[in-house]
Design a protein around this ligand. Structure first.
Ligand code: HOZ
Length: 442
């Protein structure tokens, strides 16, 4: 069934570490061959063996309008006709910055980079430059890309890699990173007390989506805002996943909490390799060449990527109904999954908000890294394969999110729910049969 993918994977492992260019793609947590993708359209993705799947990865977030959205494709083709990269200033970079700053009140200035990793790394450097302090507080299970200082108790692929933190990161690089517990303000307070006057910034995924989806409890983000103000530290929202997805103004708008700085990733490139960091003018003016914090990049603000990203942002801004639609679709999908779990007697957890959701194979409420880790990853792997067999393409890890797009129709969501129900009914049957067999063997 996946002969061509298998063949490609055999070739890939000989030349690419683990056969992939980003670990989570390798299906390591699933024990299967990754499907190699040929193309995608709307809510569907097609592999090289000709199988079609309903896609819930959405390129890890940016495909809010669905894959290969015609307007974005046309903008990219038009931009390509003028040349792919100049390494010089362009008009579209100015338009992009003006558009974002004109519509997101807490972003007064913004700098384009090429990925979320780069955005976060640079934002923290700017925060350090601005405050003259060196320490950062992050949260266990939050993932902010793979820069040295932030690969501490990280989420995403690190959670399934079997190693607590990455090799190759010298102690010196992480000595200024302090780790707090998500949804636990006391843990943050204690860290501030341990290092008075030394914390430059608190960085948080306002909705954690790299240990599975974990929602901020009431008062958590507001409490972080207060603690940062009391301690003279900056609050950075990593909105690589939530930016322009939960609301046009991201989680900051959704929860009415204003960060000092924000980081964006792939979403602002509509899937092209883009990231950005921005915030208050006085902070951003610290960045070179207007200030002493150095940060640079030949491909930053690349005209093709800007054309894709700006087209998506403009479309989202002029179609605010998309956000209500995503809320409704989220309720239908994740609410439907909750009903199925109740019916089939499964005590699993579904965390969800708007288009983002996760099914955790645990009976415990998932509110932080420790509770997320109680999930049964073998049960997830079985479920993943069952869903793949029914034509549903999920992220191949218990600790990643499901992403809905505007292209997922009600009918497609119903098909997905049918597949979920079928899986759990069959799994219950198999379980009962094993039980009966167990008794017969006694
Ligand atoms: N959790 C990552 C996205 N935020 C998964 C994608 C990747 O690392 O390739």
């Amino acid at each position: 069934m996946a002969a061509r993918s298998e063949e490609l994977f055999k070739r890939a492992v000989k030349r690419i570490p683990g056969g992939v260019n980003s670990p989570v793609r390798a299906y390591g947590a699933i024990g299967e061959t990754p499907r190699f993708i040929d193309r995608a359209e709307g809510c569907y993705i097609y592999d090289v063996d000709g199988s079609r799947y309903i896609d819930y990865i959405d390129s890890w977030g940016p495909m809010i309008l669905g894959h290969n959205f015609p307007l974005i494709r046309e903008a990219v083709i038009k931009a390509c006709e003028k040349g792919l990269s100049f390494g010089c200033a362009t008009e579209i970079e100015v338009e992009m910055a003006e558009f974002i700053c004109g519509h997101i009140p807490h972003v007064e200035m913004i700098r384009m980079v090429n990925s979320g990793t780069e955005a976060v790394m640079s934002a923290i450097r700017a925060a350090r430059g601005f405050t003259g302090r060196s320490k950062t507080i992050k949260f266990a299970g939050c993932y902010h890309g793979h820069s040295d200082a932030l690969l501490v108790s990280a989420g995403s692929g690190v959670m399934t890699s079997g190693i607590p933190d990455s090799a190759g990161v010298p102690e010196g690089c992480t000595k200024d990173t302090m780790t707090a517990v998500y949804n636990d303000l006391d843990s943050v307070r204690k860290l501030f007390e341990q290092a008075p006057g030394k914390v430059a910034a608190v960085i948080v995924e306002p909705v954690a989506a790299n240990m599975g989806v974990v929602l901020p409890e009431k008062g958590f983000l507001e409490g972080l805002r207060e603690l940062c103000d009391q301690n003279g530290a900056l609050l950075i929202f990593d909105e690589v996943i939530t930016g322009f997805r939960l609301a046009f103004g991201g989680a900051a708008e959704y929860f009415h909490v204003t960060p000092d700085m924000v980081t964006y990733g792939k979403i602002i490139g509509a899937g092209m390799p883009v990231g950005a960091y921005g915030g208050r003018k006085e902070i951003m003016e610290m960045v070179s060449p207007s200030g002493p914090v150095y940060q640079a990049g030949t491909l930053s603000g690349n005209p093709v990527a800007m054309a894709a990203g700006l087209t998506q942002l403009k479309y989202l801004h002029s179609h605010p109904e998309i956000y209500d639609d995503l809320e409704k679709k989220g309720k239908k999908l994740y609410g439907g999954m909750e009903e199925i779990l109740k019916k089939t007697g499964k005590d699993y957890q579904i965390n969800h908000i708007s288009s983002l959701g996760s099914l955790f194979f645990t009976g415990q409420k998932v509110k932080d890294y420790t509770s997320a880790k109680t999930a049964d990853t073998n049960a997830f792997a079985k479920y993943f394969l069952g869903m793949l067999g029914s034509g549903i393409h999920l992220a191949p890890s218990q600790f990643e999110a499901m992403f809905l797009s505007a292209a997922h129709t009600d009918q497609v969501i119903e098909e997905t729910l049918d597949a979920v129900e079928k899986y759990f009914r069959e799994e219950n049957k198999a379980f009962r049969q094993d039980e009966l067999k167990g008794h017969a063997d006694e």
